[in-house]
Write a protein that binds this ligand. Structure first.
Ligand code: MRU
Length: 353
């Protein structure tokens, strides 16, 4: 991700490993400060994921991959490390995908640091490919609504829902993005808006409750969001509020796209009903910028995600192309081998009559 620090452009990733320390771009301080959080051990990393120093499903996955490598360097067992990290945030699929991939690599005797680097690079590559496929949906003049932050900050680089916007911008298209602010943690207002400023993409921040207004007035051409977990039938968990935007989009005939790498797809769950939904502290709702906003006697509920049924989703943009929710299993089929491709390309002998 290209960011401007004191006016000078710099390339930055969300998470990396340096001298045995897991480094995270601390998202709690954005957009006002660029601070790097250093996790010197398993517990510091686990707490960083829980406190959302790093957040967004693919970024959490990459952080966990580096955490597994760090644990190995420090002599902590792979099972102990994976068990602790597994407990941090339950909804995003990438965390479990990364822990399983690293546990397997370590068990097979791979170099843990190389395995974590490969995992992070694959994530960046998957997101870049999502950008290339998804950019076909973004025309000059398009007005796009996005929710939460599914940008480079939510992955290792490029992002998922913001990757098509990055590629469309590189191609010289001019378009407009509505950013719903995303209460209570304000990932839209703080993080997506910051990324769009860095990229020079025109945008406006909306209260979450204004999304329906713009959708109903024909002022949005396309909704584009990320995903935390996609079930086998295409039902998709994403940041709380996504479901409402999807329903209103369908009601108004606006296409609704989800952008996600295949690491977010969970074929073990037949439908979204089985996706575990994280419930976070009520304090996130009861306070704003550190100040109480409600009577001290009032409780609050704070589900971090909701599930959008597949029937509201026009398409899922993966690194393998844009699929209908009903085709999502196809995204996980292994790519054809070179031999199969060569066989398919061979001219067939005409059949004898
Ligand atoms: O609670 P968060 O900030 O981790 O939630 C993030 C989202 O819901 C994103 O939309 C999702 O992880 C996709 S990120 C590429």
């Amino acid at each position: 991700m290209r960011v401007h620090v004191d006016g000078a452009p710099q390339n930055l990733r969300t998470v990396w490993l340096e001298d045995g320390v897991v480094k995270l771009l601390d998202q709690r301080y954005l957009p006002f400060e660029i601070r790097i959080y250093e996790a010197h051990g398993l517990e510091e990393l686990a707490v960083a994921i829980e406190d959302m120093v790093v957040r967004g499903a693919p970024a959490i996955g990459a952080a966990a991959a580096y955490g597994m490598a760090q644990a190995r360097l420090q002599g902590v067992g792979a099972k102990e490390a994976a068990d602790r990290l597994r407990k941090t945030r339950p909804t995003g699929r990438d965390l479990f995908h990364a822990l399983d991939a690293m546990t397997k690599a370590i068990a097979e005797g791979a170099d843990p640091v190389a395995a974590a680097e490969a995992y992070a690079q694959e994530d960046a590559d998957r997101c870049r490919a999502i950008g290339v496929h998804g950019a076909k949906l973004i025309r000059s003049g398009s007005r796009v609504l996005t929710h939460c932050n599914a940008g480079a900050l939510a992955a290792v680089d490029y992002g998922t829902a913001l990757a098509p916007l990055r590629v469309a911008k590189e191609k010289g298209r001019r378009f407009f993005v509505y950013v719903s602010e995303t209460r209570p943690r304000l990932q839209g207002a703080r993080l997506t808006a910051w990324e769009l400023v860095q990229e020079g993409i025109e945008h406006a921040i909306l209260p979450d409750s204004a999304a329906g207004h713009f959708l109903s007035r024909g002022e949005v051409d396309l909704v584009l969001v990320g995903a935390d977990r996609i079930a086998a039938n295409g039902d998709t968990a994403n940041k709380i509020g996504t479901y409402m935007e999807a329903v209103v989009a369908k009601e108004n005939g606006v296409p609704f796209y989800v952008a996600a790498p295949t690491s977010t797809i969970d074929l073990s769950l037949p439908s979204g009903a089985k996706i575990p939904i994280e419930e976070r502290s009520p304090q996130e709702v009861l306070q704003f910028a550190g100040n109480a906003v409600a009577p001290k006697e009032s409780p609050a509920r704070n589900p971090a995600f909701d599930v959008t049924p597949a029937k509201y989703i026009t398409g899922i943009i993966t690194e393998r192309g844009i699929l209908k929710p009903s085709e999502i299993r196809r995204a996980l089929r292994p790519p054809p081998t070179k031999r199969a491709l060569a066989r398919a390309a061979k001219p067939r002998r005409p059949r004898r009559r």
